[in-house]
Write a protein that binds this ligand. Sequence first.
Ligand SMILES: N=CN[C@@H](CCC(=O)O)C(=O)O
Ligand SMILES: [Zn+2]
Length: 456
Amino acid sequence: MAGRHRLLLENAQQLVLVCGRGEEYLRRDGAASLALLPGASLVVGLDGCIKAVGQADAIRNQFSGATFERIIDCSGKCVLPGLVDAHTHPVWAGDRVHEFAMKLAGASYMEIHQAGGGIHFTVEHTRKASEEELFNTFKHRLERMRRAGSTLVECKSGYGLNLETELKMLRVIERAKQSMDIGISSTYCGAHSVPRGKTATEATDDIINNHLPKLKELKLSGEIHVNNIDVFCEKGVFDLDSTRRILQAGKDIGLQINFHGDELHPMKSAELGAELGARAISHLEEISDEGITAMARAKCAAVLLPTTAYMLRLKQPPARKMLEEGVIVALGSDFNPNAYCFSMVSHSSYLNQHELMKSLTCTTYPMVMHLACVNMKMSMNEALAAATINAAYALGKSDTHGSIETGKQGDLVIINSSRWEHLIYQFGGHEALIDYVIVKGKVVYQNERCGTMSSY
Ligand SMILES: N=CN[C@@H](CCC(=O)O)C(=O)O
Ligand SMILES: [Zn+2]
């Protein structure tokens, strides 16, 4: 095939397709055995989509007359789909390191929250922060996520709680959507906590009567496009009834339901989500057996968050039971000031403040898969399916993301290992393992070992 193309990845030791027959998600045996090609090549076209995947010889013959903007020799390396992080809270100001000390000394998440800390602390600082300040820290966090292999990230608002600050956060997310080479699925999470001075019913009414109509208006004017609606359905936050009212109102204006449920107490959130047609529910440490059955039947994805269960020493969600019963299991980093998962950079000193900032805001999503395997007893295949095609499903994006298939977006990760499982097996230090991160066929991160970006 002649013509000009964006990218040729040649002769990968392993090309991990994840799936190859247009599957929307993988569950049971599908997630237990992933599609993989040895000695394979891949072509991304000028439109950023994958044009061909196959044995290296076959691709060489097929594209013998073609030219490429970039060719990467992948001999001895593995190529995987870009990771999809299905749950993050990456826009905020204020430092909560002191709360980590309180938790280590025995305080529970809810005790800190009820004493005015936790989400309330972050709300106070986020309300005061300028839009520019929020954008700059968010941008650095996204860059670090991308370096760790994430190419599509769900990003929530939820540290404003009043309309003004929720919109400020959503504008910041929208700006990144428009200006950065990373996929973003945005979530309105105005019901992340009951704001000070309001009851849960008053907050629910405010969201339904004021926030959601404004979001609808901004969508129509093309200013902000929100994808999902979220509520923290929890004892002492939003009960089942308020959660139902908010989610239904969000669904009525075209948002996908994707919410926090059954985290600290059994709330019957899973049953509610299945009934409302939720796309996904996160956490689920306290899910009931009936909730598992309902989610499997409704094809409602379970977004499991291993960092939070680890950080707060919660009981682990019943991942094995969910997998066996046919729930679509996805993963998320839950990056937020409570679950602050970062890896130290390999350099021993920082060049400047900018470098320091970047190093401090690294969410290592491969670490999340590692925790899912060790603490939730998932296999490496199940963890990778959960962090790719199933996470894409949780965001309603498995037609374009989550696997290496012709026609999908060319979002890819190249690792310097001849076996892909090293991405999960090695915990921490991913900056030494990940060679390239690619979005729409464009290299957006390149390890220093592979030369400098400016030389291309
Ligand atoms: N549980 C609610 N929300 C977040 C935590 C937010 C925070 O503590 O700032 C979560 O998913 O873990
Ligand atoms: Zn969360």
